[in-house]
Design a protein around this ligand. Structure first.
Ligand SMILES: [Fe+2]
Ligand SMILES: [Fe+2]
Length: 274
């Protein structure tokens, strides 16, 4: 059995301090196998914001696996944005843009989906992308692994839209990525970006994908940039063919148990059990 504390979108520069303090104590109490942070460490990628984010991450349990988000690239400093977009991320958080966690039961691979430039109707700067080179990296790390090892990919940008919302923010290159994930028997994807917590089979949005892969989204853990949801994080328990996503949401005093979704994989298909 493994447990993943999945936090996201901490946005230093727009943090609620009491909630941040509570999350430190909360994650130490839960003692997860790994802490995953799926991007947007800062609000504007400024050095002081990165320093605060790095100090905060050092207070959380280890091991940790982290990826950057679109807010971790400067918006207004155009020179840095295009010529060294993740300079501060590398300096303050980690120089590893292809992180991996590996034990007998669990493999976690991170992909940096943040880009200096994407062009869509939704906006020219906030969307994400996965490159062929990054898919090759996933292939090298995750394919040819034992079947019993549970395999997870972490990105900032999501693979599925929130329930009852029009599709937006989906990572560019999702279809090709999912083809690769299928070949490597990836079991679950973790992401953030939309500041909403939800989970489902990727095939609710990608009907051509043959493999049933769970897609789990985290809300914003400690930031005031909430989208009609309280601050929250996911505690994900993986036990063979069973995955439980327990959302812990801030109730004004503590991170209390909120929505709990249990999935069982039956004949290769993830079935939701409430
Ligand atoms: Fe965000
Ligand atoms: Fe984002």
């Amino acid at each position: 059995m493994r447990t993943i504390a999945h936090i996201s979108d901490i946005h230093f520069g727009k943090v609620d301090p009491p909630v941040a303090e509570a999350l430190v104590a909360e994650l130490h109490a839960k003692q997860p196998s790994i802490v995953v942070m799926s991007g947007d460490f800062t609000q504007r990628a400024r050095a002081a914001q990165y320093q605060a984010a790095a100090d905060f991450m050092k207070r959380l349990p280890s091991p940790q696996l982290v990826v950057p988000g679109n807010h971790d690239i400067p918006l207004f400093d155009v020179f840095t944005r295009f010529f060294n977009p993740l300079r501060n991320y590398r300096k303050f958080i980690t120089a590893d843009l292809r992180p991996m966690y590996d034990d007998e039961e669990l493999l976690v691979v991170g992909i940096n989906t943040a880009r200096s430039w994407t062009w869509t109707l939704d906006g020219f700067w906030k969307d994400g992308r996965i490159s062929e080179e990054q898919l090759l990296d996933v292939k090298l790390k995750a394919c040819d692994r034992p079947a019993e090892q549970f395999k997870v990919v972490v990105t900032h940008h999501p693979f599925i839209p929130p329930p009852k919302e029009r599709p937006h923010g989906i990572v560019h290159g999702a279809k090709r990525a999912l083809d690769q994930f299928e070949q490597c028997h990836i079991d679950m994807c973790l992401a953030g970006h939309l500041h909403m917590g939800y989970s489902d089979d990727v095939r609710i949005h990608h009907e051509a994908v043959k493999r049933s892969i769970l897609s789990v989204q985290a809300g914003t853990a400690i930031s005031t940039r909430r989208r009609n949801e309280p601050n929250a994080y996911n505690l994900i328990t993986i036990n063979g063919e069973h995955v439980t996503v327990q959302v812990h949401a801030w109730d004004g005093k503590q991170f209390a148990k909120a929505l709990r979704t249990h999935f069982t994989r039956i004949e290769g298909i993830w079935q939701r059990e409430g």
